[in-house]
Design a protein around this ligand. Structure first.
Ligand code: AMP
Length: 208
């Protein structure tokens, strides 16, 4: 089962992807985590993207498309994958479609976590405080200034992929402001519906 989780920074994509990984054996593919690993290892790619990521901008489509294309072929994605933070532009969404078609794979659900933007700074600040308390290192872009840029980038460059999936009839919106376990349950219901052959819209249709 292959899923996309969509939503602005702080919507809960990473939290839900980790739960799905544990509960369903799907592999979380977070382009942000992959890029942060490149930065931590000080690879040429990491050095190239560091300043862009810290400021809250997007790295180029080519970089992330290639990253994902190589990653979904690996054995740990055999049961399926959860895309977290990808696609982030219409060009990435289009590239994903053609790469999946080439590989004979398909998307089972595109799930949008709908959240109230006003709550996101509080969530990001909480994540930063928790990382600090756990000695995990705070993300360089988890601060008010970078978040503002990340939200602007989301609204300008990422939000247009919502109508892209809506037109295809694959977008399912759920309430991302609900408690974590309720969001998990809502996603589980969608996946259940999807794996039983329904479209995931709770409408009883079976157009896949
Ligand atoms: P995230 O961990 O998903 O919040 O991503 C952190 C940062 O990594 C973003 O603000 C971008 O700079 C970069 N990034 C992650 N995924 C992508 C993507 N699909 N396209 C472009 N940049 C990305």
């Amino acid at each position: 089962m292959n899923i996309i989780l969509l939503g602005p920074p702080g919507a809960g994509k990473g939290t839900q992807a980790k739960i799905l990984e544990e509960n369903n054996g799907l592999k979380q593919l977070s382009t942000g985590d992959m890029l942060r690993a490149e930065i931590a290892a000080s690879t040429p790619l990491g050095q190239k993207v560091k300043a862009i990521m810290e400021s809250g901008g997007l790295v180029s489509d080519d970089i992330v498309i290639e990253m994902i294309s190589g990653r979904i072929d690996l054995a740990d994605c055999a049961r399926g994958f959860i895309l977290d933070g990808f696609p982030r532009t219409v060009a990435q969404a289009e590239a994903l479609d053609s790469m999946l078609a080439q590989k004979g794979k398909k998307l089972d659900a595109v799930i949008q976590l709908v959240v109230d933007e006003a709550a996101l700074l509080g969530r990001i600040e909480k994540r930063a405080a928790e990382s600090q308390a756990g000695n995990q290192g705070v993300r360089a872009d988890d601060n008010a200034e970078a978040l503002k840029k990340r939200l602007d980038v989301y609204n300008q460059q990422t939000a247009p992929i919502l109508p892209y999936y809506q037109q295809k009839g694959t977008l399912i919106r759920i309430d991302g402001m609900a408690p974590i376990d309720q969001v998990t349950a809502a996603i589980a219901a969608i996946l259940q519906q999807s794996s039983s052959g329904g479209c995931g819209h709770h409408c009883g249709c079976r157009h896949g």
